[in-house]
Design a protein around this ligand. Sequence first.
Ligand code: SAH
Length: 353
Amino acid sequence: MLIQQNNSKTNLIGLDREQMEAFFADMNEKPFRATQTMKWIHQVGITDFSEMTNLSKSLREKLDGRCEISVPEITLDQLSVDGTRKWLLSVPGRSAIEMVFIPEESRGTLCVSSQVGCSLDCKFCATAQLDRMRNLNVDEIFDQVVAIDQQSKTYFDIPLSNIVFMGMGEPLMNYNNVLGAIEKITSPEGLGMASKRITLSTSGIPKLIRKMADDGVKFNLAVSLHSAIQSTREKIMPFSEKFPVDELLSSLEYWYEATQRMVTIEFIVWKGINDNLEEVRALVNFCRKFPSKVNLIEYNPIGDDTFEQASKEAMSMYQNKLTAARIINTIRRSRGKDIDAACGQLANKALKN
Ligand code: SAH
């Protein structure tokens, strides 16, 4: 999307270092000019070549004639009563990606999407109900971060500090593009964000968790477990029939051995589904096998009656049992519910109207 020529001008915003150097080489310019330009674009946020003061005047003029720095177009912007902001970013094919930004006092977290729709079938998630599905390419993922980094500075006076792949889609089903985008987000010539500020959330695909460990990734891993009992998990996440809990567990042990990084376990507690002692015990046993912390998540209704948030007592039972087993745990309160920006609510409502 980003290397496209608009009015025959090349948009520099999505080029990675290799592409940028090739572009500069074509103009008979040295590679360090590419690096300088990338710093102006991504670290200073400049879109006007005349302000790139360490480039010669003639190079600035040349760039102005041949290129542009055009940030991706945002089509809708909604603000929640709790400060959460949701944007739509248009992508080809009459689709849009939903992005959610959660500002806190000193940090801003962006919830990034990896697919339009989702390739999996979690019964409790609105994104799974969309009929359109496609993988986002590297630039479409990177674009979200570039666009919101700028918005974050403009609206909240804070840079984007954390990224979670918890928007639409299953990031591991779009492995190469997600890792390619993370590479661009973290490279010093790109946004230069530290890998430890990025979290990839997966519904749990054992083979690909092992692959990430083998590939030496440096970001954090979160897994949407929701039940450590196979028969329950299959009911709420039917795809998991192919990826049994035991295999998921051994892939996480493998991950920890290879990376020495703790895994976050995401866990929604529902009334009548997993709000019982057997489920809590299974979760505790699962988490004992490798260093982990548990995020107990409040369910965000998606407009059908099948699922209902568990009682406060059930949440307390989970907290008490986990704490007694010395497993770190927190309750993740939902943000942005009123604008359908909370986890599991991303479903392109705007496009359906
Ligand atoms: N596919 C990835 C990332 C997207 S979902 C994954 O499954 O992890 C991001 C998080 O939102 C996951 O933990 C998911 O289980 C959770 N989620 C989905 N629907 C939800 C809902 N209705 N209420 C609360 N959390 C939900």
